[in-house]
Design a binder for this molecule. Structure first.
Ligand code: ZN
Length: 187
């Protein structure tokens, strides 16, 4: 399974694990405990304890609340209080990790559980959403894509240039070709 990375932060990658959020058909990459473990491991957050189906449900619930809060924040709107409550409850489980000096730099202990791993992601999200970087958060330039990314350079338009950028260009090209057909060949 291939997960999205490179949106600027692990919590933004988490939001991208629901494919087609704005479409009728969706694919959830966090389908079961094994998938959630693989995703967390990819982001250096594999928990020491086991992951249950209830953990997966909780991560998905918090992910969707976080997405809604982020979209509202980017748009300069008030987030729904239900969503803010879900995010706050997840954040309440956050504890600073024990640190140690490793051979290759500073190491943080692995989270004890999936809920604690989720809390770390939520803390990172809240830091961005309430701090100076929130002005660099962008929604994808493709309106049909729910992707959110951090644009520190101020030039990025798509969560994925290969996927969303190309898709929008193909759509625009088709629309132009269609309009020319409609002109009765005068072009
Ligand atoms: Zn996109």
């Amino acid at each position: 399974m291939e997960f999205r990375t490179g949106l600027g932060s692990a919590w933004l990658d988490l939001l991208a694990t629901l494919i087609g959020r704005y479409q009728r058909e969706q694919t959830d990459l966090l389908a079961d405990p094994a998938a959630l473990r693989a995703w967390l491991a990819e982001h250096d957050l594999a928990p020491a304890g086991r992951i249950t189906a209830a953990d997966v449900d909780r991560v998905r619930e918090v992910r969707e609340a976080l997405h809604a809060v982020a979209v509202a924040t980017i748009a300069g709107r008030r987030p729904k209080s239900d969503d803010a409550r879900v995010v706050a409850a997840a954040l309440a489980l956050d504890r600073p990790p024990t640190l140690r000096a490793g051979a290759a730099g500073l190491r943080a202990e692995h989270p004890a559980s999936a809920r604690v791993a989720l809390a770390r992601l939520v803390r990172s999200a809240v830091d961005t959403l309430t701090g100076p970087d929130r002005g660099h958060l962008r929604t994808c330039g493709d309106d049909t894509c729910s992707g959110i990314f951090l644009d520190l350079g101020g030039r990025r338009r798509w969560c994925s240039a290969q996927r969303c950028g190309v898709r929008v260009r193909v759509r625009a090209h088709r629309a132009r070709a269609h309009a020319q057909d409609g002109d009765g060949g005068t072009a």
